[in-house]
Design a protein. Structure first.
Length: 245
């Protein structure tokens, strides 16, 4: 059984001309211990897909998590089941300390006592810089450290499916590689990941399966290493050329 099943997902918004189809007929699955990358240009429906899965946008179609109908569950219940989204803007509490931000992540699963301390130590072991800066305000962190804090806060909820929306956005190339190495480490530790990225190269290098969205629909899908060699993907997203050039 797939961990996450998405079938014929559609998301619409009202517009001056009637209805805007932000996502139309998208189907995909995420297996346990897999990184699935969703790539595409801005406005292709990548982030909308993750927001719909999390229950933050109304949608039609089928959403199942371990066979359970997600439509029966609100956002809080989805978090309790093990879904977690790190949004593009990270949405940290800048005036709170690093530690306080992490503790807020644990609140979603109502962790306490020994379990809370253990989760916190796991995050500190994975992100030593957060341990060093645990008393600092989140607003004083660098861009890369803020992304680490956003990831750490998500991990405090012990997610089974971690959805990352544009984790490389605004980061220096070296920090992008560090964040994506962490993504791969999480996969190796058994966390399934839905990776939404405009940086197609980074996403395909870090994922097992890939989906290319164009104007809200799945244009291509398959093994990420094969997609990375596809002439169309190379020409459009990786800065390469097609065989006809």
């Amino acid at each position: 059984m797939a961990l996450l099943e998405v079938e014929n997902l559609s998301v619409t918004f009202p517009s001056q001309g009637g209805v805007l189809h932000a996502v139309h007929g998208v189907s995909m699955t995420v297996d346990t211990g897999e990184v699935l990358g969703i790539v595409g240009e801005s406005g292709s429906g990548k982030s909308v897909t993750s927001l719909a899965v999390m229950g933050l946008l109304p949608s039609t179609g089928t959403l199942r998590f371990e066979g359970e109908d997600l439509r029966r569950l609100d956002v809080e219940a989805r978090v309790e089941r093990g879904l977690c989204l790190v949004p593009e803007k990270r949405e940290l509490f800048g005036e709170l300390s690093v530690l306080d931000n992490l503790m807020l992540g644990a609140f979603a699963r109502r962790s306490r006592g020994a379990a809370l301390k253990q989760n916190l130590q796991v995050v500190y072991d994975r992100f030593p810089r957060l341990a060093e800066r645990r008393k600092q305000r989140a607003s004083t962190l660098s861009g890369g450290e803020r992304q680490m804090l956003a990831l750490g806060r998500a991990l405090m909820s012990a997610p089974r499916l971690l959805m990352l929306d544009e984790p490389s956005l605004g980061l220096a190339p070296m920090m992008v590689q560090e964040i994506l190495a962490i993504v791969r480490d999480l996969r190796d530790d058994g966390v399934s990941i839905l990776l939404v990225e405009q940086n197609a190269r980074a996403a395909l290098e870090s994922s097992d399966e890939g989906y290319v969205l164009e104007t809200g629909e799945v244009a291509l899908s398959g093994d990420s290493s094969i997609l990375a060699r596809d002439p169309r993907v190379q020409a459009t997203y990786l800065g390469g050329t097609t065989d006809d050039d």
